[in-house]
Design a protein around this ligand. Structure first.
Ligand SMILES: [Zn+2]
Length: 133
């Protein structure tokens, strides 16, 4: 019997065990899932929180926009966070325009991220020294 491997969806973080990568398609996103470089037995031994933490880390490092946002967050550099968010929003706007011509489902995800990022910007502005704008 072939050994199972752990696969995860780079879009939503859903994970599953498969023998063959061609079967590793996310049921929610119908996205091709990525192989997690960990034996499934090791993965099974992790508790839910550890699995979540591991997969969130993967999703962040897989996504260049998100990892660019995460870096200043770790450094707690508010000015840089806002600057990056604004750049990312511009890129997402471009991306939305591109995706409008392509895939509606992809577009919905990007719009969701766009909204989330705007919410973060507003939150930051309200919480921080947002009096000078
Ligand atoms: Zn998915």
């Amino acid at each position: 019997m072939r050994e199972l491997s752990v696969y995860y969806c780079p879009r939503c973080g859903f994970y599953a065990f498969h023998c063959l990568s061609k079967n590793a398609i996310c049921p929610k996103c119908t996205e091709e899932m990525k192989l997690l470089d960990m034996r499934w037995q090791e993965f099974m031994d992790l508790d839910c929180d550890k699995r979540d933490a591991l997969l969130s880390g993967r999703l962040i490092s897989d996504h260049s926009l998100v990892s660019r946002l995460a870096k200043p967050y770790r450094e707690n550099n508010v000015r840089q966070i806002v600057a990056n968010l604004l750049t990312v929003i511009e890129e997402l706007d471009e991306e939305i325009k591109r995706l409008e011509r392509e895939n509606k489902k992809e577009k919905e995800t990007v719009e969701w991220m766009h909204k989330m990022i705007w919410d973060l910007v507003r939150e930051r502005k309200n919480a921080g020294s947002g009096k000078n704008d």
